[in-house]
Design a protein. Sequence first.
Length: 225
Amino acid sequence: MGKLSFLLAEDYIKPKIYFQSKQAPVFNTSYSYADRNQFEGLEHLTQLLDSQKGFIVNAFQIDYYQTLPQLITRTLKENRSYKKLYILGPELSLSILKRSSKTVYEKHFQEYGYINIERDFQSVLRQCLALLQEGHILYILPEASICWQPESFQSLENQLSPLCSTLLSQKAHVPILSSSTKEGSDKVMLHEPNLPQQYVGDLESRVYQQSESVYNLLESPVSDY
């Protein structure tokens, strides 16, 4: 009986471990009434913000007030996300944005990173790929592709210039969220994410295929951009 009592006592005092299922925190997308009036397709943005992967935003409309970057950074901040948004464009455009940030949008100034696309091609490419692999967001200004000069790509006659976003998408295996102005409306349309795995062939042909697919989302002629 003594041994039985000891075993019962040991079982009684043994610490009990309770396993609970660990649930991922719910991603909060409290888009305002004004946000929903200004943007269509916010569910696509939510899907990408809630992912651990980085992604690219193609900004085809001129967004002087940077409403989409502000919406993105505000949502990230509300969710205490580690992600950061980097604006990619030529030096003049970035200078204009920085000056406006110091005045009207001073509180947002430190929330953006800036990447000058006119720097050495390989260093820009390495920086962008590293940021995407870490899960961050690249916001590419409309004029960025004009200054983008991929060293390994030859300009093919009667073929669209490859977009910087598509080369980055293919190399980093991350999606592109393209935006355009909705026809007959002031709303900005956020299109379904364009995935790099949708395209086949070697790197150059995949980049051209994806560039053509993204260009086709534009409401206006390509030459206007």
